[in-house]
Design a protein around this ligand. Structure first.
Ligand SMILES: Cc1cc2nc3c(=O)[nH]c(=O)nc-3n(C[C@H](O)[C@H](O)[C@H](O)COP(=O)(O)OP(=O)(O)OC[C@H]3O[C@@H](n4cnc5c(N)ncnc54)[C@H](O)[C@@H]3O)c2cc1C
Length: 286
């Protein structure tokens, strides 16, 4: 197996385009190395993206927030400005693995590993994030929810990779939240994950909302009817009841050792409403 460490986007693209055998990108390696050791993944070339400066940058200003695809969870968690602006995205990242995993794991790897249970994906989707993708035909920007197409599958074409995540401009009285259910207290994979972002007006009425669920379908689920239930309300019991029903109805989960279909459907509604209330309380003090 060959291992390359390009230092520019163009060099990485060339390596990927010219590869003749199976190729894998590497950011933190916390998914990839496990797969290689288990024999599920047998690349003949590994292209390490961590030495490309554009993938390691973070910034937040009046235009929005940018998080490099290879920034580690630990690095993101130390950025107090991004943490204050997008607490839901940062808390989702912070749930990944242990301290050791946090020092390596990236948002780009979490998205492109394409696990239905990836924790950051519902949070990023609820936040309205996009990905900047580089490839042999230039750059393109796509909503995060369009990248995973099924378990272990993405819409990225040969030679393409994610450079950065772009989060929208942070509005006044807006915030986000992410909650997941796991059978243990930590170091487990989500049975259900729920991300919510919303914006309130001066009287506390919800002006906009986005709801996204993880681990309840092959790919992340955007619950538009749940957002509609919140918009125009103060997140009273009636609106939350409609959100709960919409979130549960949007699920198409599987039965597995972590949870049954019935359990996942029920928990999705519960977590969506709890995350919405947390986002609301955060927005009220923003
Ligand atoms: C002990 C342990 C606990 C874990 N706990 C959790 C958890 O609680 N929640 C959770 O969601 N995950 C968890 N994970 C999984 C893993 O840590 C995360 O998915 C992590 O975010 C992967 O990031 P990475 O940088 O290590 O990815 P890598 O392993 O480097 O890459 C993963 C995949 O993404 C591709 N890739 C990486 N970067 C890019 C890019 N920029 N563009 C295109 N493709 C790219 C790679 O080719 C590879 O296929 C855990 C893993 C371990 C080992």
């Amino acid at each position: 197996m060959d291992y390359k460490t390009p230092t520019s986007i163009d060099d990485a693209i060339q390596l990927l385009v010219n590869a003749t055998g199976p190729v894998q990108l590497l950011a933190g390696g916390t998914d990839l190395l496990v797969q290689i050791r288990a024999g599920f993944n047998k690349p003949t070339l590994v292209v390490d993206l961590k030495n490309i400066p554009e993938l390691r940058k973070m910034s937040i200003n009046g235009n929005g927030t940018r998080i490099g695809a290879a920034v580690s969870g630990a690095e993101l968690n130390e950025n107090s400005d991004i943490k204050a602006a997008w607490p839901g995205v940062v808390e989702a990242t912070d749930l990944i693995g242990s301290t050791q995993i946090q020092g390596r794991a990236s948002l780009g790897g979490n998205l492109c590993n394409a696990s239905p249970a990836a924790d950051t994906v519902p949070a990023l989707v609820a936040a309205g994030s996009s990905c900047l993708i580089a490839g042999p035909e230039g750059e393109r920007t796509v909503p995060v929810e369009e990248v995973p197409t099924g378990p272990g599958q993405t819409s990225l074409k040969k030679g393409e990779f994610v450079v950065e995540f772009q989060l929208p401009k942070k509005l006044a009285r807006s915030s986000d939240a992410y909650l997941r259910f796991i059978p243990r207290t930590e170091m487990d994979i989500a049975v259900v994950g729920a991300g919510v972002s919303l914006t309130l007006d001066e009287s506390g009425i919800c002006q906009s909302a986005r709801i996204a669920l993880g681990a309840v379908a092959p790919t992340v689920v955007v619950v538009e009817s749940g957002a509609e239930a919140l918009i125009g309300s103060k997140l009273d019991d009636d609106a939350l009841g409609k959100l709960k029903a919409a979130a549960s109805a949007a699920c198409k989960p599987i039965d597995d050792k972590r949870g049954t279909v019935e359990f996942r459907v029920d928990v999705a509604g519960v977590l969506a409403t709890r995350a919405a209330l947390i986002a609301k309380h955060r927005a009220e003090v923003n």
